[in-house]
Design a protein around this ligand. Structure first.
Ligand code: NAD
Length: 491
């Protein structure tokens, strides 16, 4: 960083952006300005893409077992620096230190899984599909690929894609969220240590102009996006119109069903962690609970107690369970959504507005909030609030609960709390969401499973992580081979 400015990293060199506009990176707990993200221009994106394009032919020819040696080195660098990066995530993003550390563990896990690429990107061969003729399917890299990231997991989300892309032989450009660009800056200082050939991994900071430049650049062959649904839809359509592969993960409104036969203490504890962890700014945060029959009163009582007793403060302070939301604007938007709930006639059982945290008066805090008796189809029941606000609904049967889940626009995650295997199987079978939890509040797929959003939560075909990532970052080539007849006849 120069004078608190965030730099780009292109061709293994740190570059001062020529940007004239900047976005301040602000610690949302203390209001301290931590840095300034340059809004890089189209020309600066072009330079990074060109570097990646120049690096591609040699990188593609580097054998996969050699390519993954860089990932082993990256894993060791990330392990050795996990505390420093986690502190940075907490400072720029607000979540607690433990949450930041857990985020980085997930990032590292993806690097580990991508080290299996020599096996994962193997092709297949069928001998003698006709006399003396063989057919082969090879996987080859796609070319220059890029990722566009949201603010809420600045350390982890790029790693749902980056290690697989690079291990498969592609070259890469990372565009972090302009609100939280420090974590990737630190991570690229580690990338600098692992000795990758120049141009293989590049970092460009910016916002809309940089994103549009990636979407329109003819040399960029595939783009991964994670962020809000309107932007995901935009990325998907503009990128696809330009002939690129696109995977675009969007927003969410994740429901949980609580049946009367559930372990209610566990359901309350896990749902509170899911709804209020990371201040509700997780795409897998529970934001809606549907209680069934007599689960209603004990669950409502328990979750209200859990909301009131949650320790809110600065994520670097010991004992804090929930940090601030990302910006003042977010705080006001979330408080506005709580007001909308009240105006829609619902009961705000626990009201987190106007939070004052001693010692952090300038912070962007909203305390855990519970709004009950939501009506299906209301704004509060449908809209992603992306803050520590949990809505409650009530029905009498599991059928009604599942149809409420399936009436939602989003399909990122749905969970069920029960002790009945029959109910669990039915839910798993019928629920229209791509990530399912059974007695689990944050059903985040491990790196060796795809991160499977559905409906308005995902635009594309192949998800991030695991074999889906290998499919996304490789193109299949089929070869049909015949060799001289004399040789075949010999046998
Ligand atoms: P966002 O959509 O505002 O921004 C994401 C990225 O898009 C940023 O890099 C930003 O620079 C860029 N961008 C924003 N507006 C743009 C525009 N008009 N044109 C081009 N680029 C634009 O999202 P956010 O607020 O950073 O992140 C929160 C959202 O991300 C929530 O909706 C959350 O649910 C979602 N999210 C989804 C997942 C998932 O796996 N589905 C994971 C994490 C976050």
């Amino acid at each position: 960083m120069t004078e608190n400015n965030i730099l780009n990293y292109v061709n293994n060199q740190w570059i001062v952006s020529q940007a004239t506009e900047f976005v301040e990176v602000i610690n949302p707990a203390t209001a301290e300005v931590l840095g300034r993200t340059p809004l890089s221009s189209k020309a600066e994106v072009d330079t990074a893409v060109q570097a990646a394009a120049d690096a591609y032919p040699a990188w593609r020819r580097t054998p996969p077992p050699e390519r993954i040696q860089y990932l082993f080195k990256l894993k060791h660098q990330l392990e050795a620096n996990i505390e420093d990066i986690s502190r940075t995530i907490t400072m720029e993003c607000g979540k607690t230190y433990e949450e930041s550390r857990a985020e980085m563990r997930r990032a590292i896990e993806n690097v580990e899984v991508a080290c299996g690429i020599p096996l994962m990107m193997q092709g297949v061969i069928s001998e003698d599909i006709a006399p003396g003729i063989d057919e082969i399917m090879l996987r080859q890299p796609v070319g220059v690929c890029a990722v566009i990231c949201p603010f809420n997991f600045p350390g982890m989300i790029p790693f749902w894609f980056l290690p697989y892309a690079v291990a498969c032989g592609n070259t890469y450009v990372v565009k972090p969220s302009e609100k939280v660009s420090l974590s990737m800056q630190k991570i690229f200082h580690l990338v600098e240590q692992i000795g990758l050939p120049k141009g293989v991994l590049n970092l460009v900071n910016g916002a809309k102009e940089a994103v549009d430049a990636l979407l329109d650049h003819p040399a960029v062959r595939a783009i991964s996006f994670v962020g809000s649904t309107p932007v995901a839809r935009y990325i998907y359509s503009r990128g696809a119109a330009n002939g690129k592969r696109i995977q675009a993960q969007g927003g969410a409104k994740n429901p949980v069903i609580v049946l009367p036969d559930a372990d209610l203490d566990m359901a309350v504890r896990i749902t509170a962690d899911s709804a209020f962890g990371c201040a509700g700014q997780r795409c897998l945060a529970t934001s809606l609970v549907i209680t069934v029959a007599e689960a209603r009163h004990p669950f409502t009582e328990g979750i209200c107690d859990a909301a009131v007793s949650r320790v809110v403060g600065y994520g670097l302070d010991a004992g804090v369970q929930m940090g601030p939301v990302i910006t003042r604007q977010s705080q006001h938007r979330i408080e506005g959504a709580i007001q909308t709930g009240a105006e829609e006639g619902f009961n705000v059982l626990v009201d987190g507005r106007g939070a004052q945290i001693p010692g952090y008066e300038a912070g962007c805090f909203v305390r855990p909030t519970i709004i009950s008796d939501l009506k299906p189809g209301s704004q509060t029941a449908r809209t992603e609030i992306f803050g520590p606000v949990l809505g409650l609904m009530h029905v009498n049967t599991i059928e009604d609960a599942i149809s409420l889940v399936n009436s939602a626009d989003y399909g990122n995650q749905a969970s069920l709390f029960t002790s009945s295997g029959t109910a669990a199987r039915r839910f798993r079978y019928e629920a229209e969401a791509g990530n399912i939890g059974i007695n689990i509040g944050v059903a985040a797929p491990m790196a060796f499973f795809p991160f499977s959003g559905w409906k308005e939560s995902f635009f594309g075909d192949l998800h991030g992580q695991s074999m889906d990532a290998v499919d996304f970052f490789t193109q299949k080539k089929v070869v049909v081979e015949r060799w001289p007849k004399e040789w075949t006849r010999k046998f």
